[in-house]
Write a protein that binds this ligand. Structure first.
Ligand SMILES: Nc1ncnc2c1ncn2[C@@H]1O[C@H](COP(=O)(O)OP(=O)(O)OP(=O)(O)O)[C@@H](O)[C@H]1O
Ligand SMILES: NC(=O)c1ccc[n+]([C@@H]2O[C@H](COP(=O)(O)O)[C@@H](O)[C@H]2O)c1
Length: 298
């Protein structure tokens, strides 16, 4: 889907981002790619075979988000190349009311975060040619996001018969979000998992463990996965085979600090710069401090 907003230059001008967001909000569009990095892209990039999607409120992007993305791009060897990553800001959340910061601030941070990620992957993994998109969607649930991404012209390739071939999406989530993805309360009016059929038929979910906080320890998370494999979803019109489309990967190591966007906002509210800078990438940290983001609470 081409748009006048595409490739907002560097995404630092908050007013320009705001104007793009307003245009998006008042348009019938449900998804829009606002920036693609790096600027000079490898030829193959327009037709990825695997599209990783990190959907988040990015309030702000953290080192946990960075790990989720780089782990997928660098270590998910089984997926088809070329790979591409979409950082997707959800302007509507399935659970949460909007909180600080404003969406334009979040997009500016996502853009800085994407630049830092591309740079880090070049340095660490020797990985040239990773293409990262920064986009927005009005859709809150994963099943709806997957559908609008499929329809987004930026990612289709042409099949042998000349038709459009949608790319396989791998949705990157934390364990807490997998539990919510498979919770029937998000699927009115029938409140069954049947609407997820189209998601799991075509796409996958790569789940990072999230332990040591409110989401249970390793054993509880393993037990949850075992129940899925044994067909726990079937009573809710889900399918046991879907478990094969869900991959659980390691997250934080034992003893490593717990990272969340909430913790960043709390550090900023306490004016604890040192704590804040440990939770986010350097450029995002600098932006938060310069803009005095979250200092009034949130
Ligand atoms: N530390 C983490 N470990 C594993 N997954 C994470 C972690 N932080 C975020 N995620 C996952 O990344 C996705 C987007 O994260 P989200 O924006 O909800 O971050 P958050 O830190 O949970 O936010 P908040 O603290 O504002 O609730 C979600 O699927 C979430 O589960
Ligand atoms: N069943 C679902 O598809 C479902 C449930 C809960 C959250 N979500 C989405 O997950 C993303 C991350 O959510 P949180 O910021 O609440 O962790 C948001 O885009 C949110 O809308 C989707």
């Amino acid at each position: 889907m081409s748009s006048p907003n595409h490739n907002l230059h560097e995404m630092r001008d908050l007013r320009a981002i705001q104007r793009s967001l307003q245009a998006f909000a008042s348009s019938p569009q449900t998804i829009e790619i606002l920036r693609t990095l790096p600027h000079a892209r490898p030829k193959h990039s327009s037709a990825p075979k695997t599209l990783y999607v990190l959907d988040s409120s990015f309030n702000p992007p953290t080192r946990a988000h960075l790990r989720i993305c780089t782990s997928a791009l660098l270590h998910d060897g089984s997926k088809a190349e070329p790979k591409r990553l979409l950082l997707l800001l959800a302007t509507q959340n399935a659970d949460k009311a909007p909180k600080p910061a404003a969406f334009e601030q979040r997009l500016a941070m996502m853009s800085i975060f994407a630049e830092e990620m591309v740079k880090e992957m070049r340095a660490d993994g020797g990985r040239e040619g990773v293409v990262v998109d920064v986009g927005v969607t009005k859709k809150a649930r994963f099943v709806d996001k997957a559908r609008v991404i499929e329809e987004c012209g930026d990612y289709s390739s042409i099949n042998d018969e000349g038709g459009k071939k949608p790319v396989e999406q791998v949705h990157l989530t934390g364990f807490d979000t997998l539990v919510r993805l498979l919770d029937i309360r998000y699927y009115p009016p029938d409140h069954t998992l049947a609407p997820l059929e189209e998601l799991f038929e075509k796409h996958r979910v790569r789940v990072t463990r999230r332990t040591g906080d409110a989401w249970g320890g390793r054993d509880e998370q393993d037990e949850y996965m075992t129940k899925l494999q044994r067909g726990e979803m079937e009573g809710k019109d889900g399918k046991r085979e879907w478990a094969g489309r869900i991959e659980l990967v390691e997250g934080r190591k034992e003893g490593e600090e717990i990272v969340s966007s909430t913790k960043v906002r709390e550090s900023s509210a306490r004016r604890d710069e040192l704590a804040l800078l440990k939770l986010v990438t350097e450029g995002v940290g600098r932006w938060i401090l310069d803009e005095k983001l979250y200092v009034d609470g949130g």
